[in-house]
Design a protein around this ligand. Structure first.
Ligand SMILES: CC(C)(COP(=O)(O)OP(=O)(O)OC[C@H]1O[C@@H](n2cnc3c(N)ncnc32)[C@H](O)[C@@H]1OP(=O)(O)O)[C@@H](O)C(=O)NCCC(=O)NCCSC(=O)CCC(=O)O
Length: 342
């Protein structure tokens, strides 16, 4: 339990760049491009520093620090509002049923329609844990810390949160969905478009994308098969989102056909079940009944989150193990957000 989540600062640039090189590329929110990461950290610093409690086009970048060594072992992000300064496009998969009396047949055709239904939502993304730290609960800590941050600053976020999962592509980075659809309008391969997108954003796609509905039947089988399917490496991330109550409501990425999942903000499990509790102080000794919980404290760039061992006093206050108490810079009487480890 030696890891802590905190707001990223511009000093984390090199560490983030080192992590970004481990993603294997194609990770839109964490490109292995120092200039882009530098701009993201600057935007994040602005978001944390912004005054007021209204929703805005903010980005909040967090890092997971090993407090023994100071090394950065993971990262995650939250966007306050998508579609605020430019349209946020998705394809919506719909069904159009038509019947011919003469033929005595009924046809159900699926169509993909360009839409901006999801604008105004907040977004979680950019989740990455160093491969050596996986499968030990730290991925969960990173992912869920964002929901505690949202709860801690609820007016800064929309009533819906979305997450985009990478779509299916082959070993060489080619996307069957891109090749069948968007690629026909851009004169770029998927890897080329992907690189451009990571640095310049998706606006170029939105500008050039045909906006007439597309009949799914007219796409080749290779593209149809991947509509709404996450890339295999995204399955752990999707599982965690589903555990929080996110569902796929037929929205896909216009770029690679990957699923965009959504949840009503106040129904996200971590947000719904976390409680604000007063801290009585550090635990004295080594109590048998201590329970591991996620704990979060602090506002904006002072936000801190980690696992801790806790017990309750008879008066409903928290006693927290000394290490977590110190790591979170707590004092007796402070309030923390607390949620079972799950
Ligand atoms: C995503 C994380 C951070 C997850 O961390 P860990 O690998 O340590 O997670 P874990 O604790 O082992 O597993 C978390 C949950 O996923 C389940 N799980 C693990 N592997 C699975 C698989 N192949 N298929 C289905 N479920 C799987 C586990 O059983 C567990 O669920 P139970 O507890 O129920 O058993 C990591 O794998 C990572 O950095 N991956 C590479 C980058 C990536 O894909 N990032 C997401 C991009 S998508 C994005 O950023 C948007 C989404 C978002 O930001 O949340």
């Amino acid at each position: 339990m030696t890891h802590l989540i905190r707001a990223a600062t511009t000093d984390d640039l090199t560490a983030l760049y080192d992590l970004s090189k481990l993603t294997g590329g194609g990770f839109t929110n964490l490109p292995a491009d120092k200039g882009t990461l530098e701009r993201k950290l600057a935007k994040s610093a602005e978001g944390f520093a912004r005054e007021g409690q209204n929703q805005g086009d903010d980005l909040y970048v967090f890092v997971l620090e090993d407090t023994r060594t100071g090394a950065i072992r993971g990262t995650c992000q939250v966007f306050g509002e998508v579609g605020a300064d430019r349209p946020f496009y998705s394809y919506r998969l719909s069904t159009l049923t038509q019947k011919s009396e003469e033929l005595g047949r009924i046809f159900r055709n699926q169509t993909l329609s360009l839409c901006t239904d999801l604008e105004g939502s907040s977004e979680v993304g950019g989740l990455f844990l160093h491969p050596h730290e996986r499968a030990g609960g730290l991925g969960m800590l990173l992912a869920r810390s964002r929901y505690l941050f949202i709860k801690q600053h609820r007016p800064r976020f929309g009533n819906r949160v979305l997450a985009e999962l990478r779509g299916v592509m082959d070993q060489a980075g080619h996307s069957p969905f891109w090749d069948a659809l968007a690629g026909r309008f851009f004169g770029m391969t998927f890897p080329e478009a992907d690189e451009f997108n990571a640095v310049h954003g998706t606006q170029f796609i939105a500008d050039l994308m045909p906006n007439a509905p597309v009949y799914v039947n007219m796409l080749p089988e290779s593209a149809r098969a991947v509509i709404g399917q996450p890339h295999p490496t995204g399955r752990a991330a999707l599982k965690m989102l589903e555990n929080e109550g996110f569902v796929w409501d037929c929205y896909i990425d216009i770029f690679d056909g990957g699923p965009t999942v959504t949840a009503a903000t106040d129904q996200i499990k971590t947000i719904r079940t976390a409680d604000w509790l007063r801290v009585a102080g550090p635990i004295e000794g080594n109590p048998e009944k201590a329970e591991t919980r996620m704990l979060a404290t602090g506002m904006l760039d002072n936000f801190l989150c980690c696992y801790g061992q806790v017990t309750m006093t008879g008066g409903g206050e928290l006693l927290i193990d000394q290490e977590a108490f110190d790591r979170l810079k707590l004092e007796s009487g402070d309030r923390v957000l607390s949620v079972p480890r799950g």
